[in-house]
Write a protein that binds this ligand. Sequence first.
Ligand SMILES: Nc1ncnc2c1ncn2[C@@H]1O[C@H](COP(=O)(O)OP(=O)(O)OP(=O)(O)O)[C@@H](O)[C@H]1O
Length: 239
Amino acid sequence: MLEARALSKGYATGLWRSSVTPVFSDVSLHLVPGKTLGLVGPSGCGKSTLARVLLRLIPPDQGSLWFDGREITHLSGKSLLFFRRRVQFLSQHPHTFFNPAYTMKHSLLEALRLLGDGSPAATFNQLTAEASLAPLLEQMQLRPALLSRYPHQLSGGELQRLALCRALLPQPRVLILDEATSMLDVSVQSQILHLLKDLQVQRQLAYLFISHDHEVVRWMSDEVMSMSSTGSASLVALV
Ligand SMILES: Nc1ncnc2c1ncn2[C@@H]1O[C@H](COP(=O)(O)OP(=O)(O)OP(=O)(O)O)[C@@H](O)[C@H]1O
């Protein structure tokens, strides 16, 4: 479904941004419906940078990206919006997905208005949108009353579940999970990991699961890719 072919990426550095420090090179991967690719590697090896390239937030220096067999490396405009709906992101900082001045309901409806609910209808209907939140909240085991709160009035676990709701609203097919549970305590982490597994089966989602925790990666993943500090990547078996 989402495929990366021979990606390389570096960052411009130096006083005049005249030199490029390579981060990774020749990285290829394929995310498949209903399966999880785990991604591990030492701090600073480029896992989050790879996630940003896959999300089309920053361009690769070399290589190409493909979604459902179509090249998307240089997509822009409406076609890129379509891709943004299909490939969503969850990080270890769920508060960054929400404006602190808005209630959760406002933020979620705003996301629906901007990205749509995955259906072809282009119009946004407030009542339909509100109705579509209810089953999702129930699935996330969240009380509807939480929708009237602001981000700072929620626990880390509640906020992460609401960020997951937000990610699921446009009916994505791929979720990129960058340390998505690492800031949570062990019991909340376990609940969210189980929730992610259930969602994957129900919706046939493809996951890229980035984590430092090898035990969690092994439990979540069908295959595991390891990035090295020299910027190469290969499939590995975690023991
Ligand atoms: N915008 C940027 N400009 C310049 N260098 C950057 C930028 N973002 C990240 N880097 C550098 O690129 C390298 C890879 O960073 P990245 O965040 O992708 O690593 P990571 O594997 O996700 O690390 P961690 O596991 O600690 O989160 C690091 O050396 C980092 O300092």
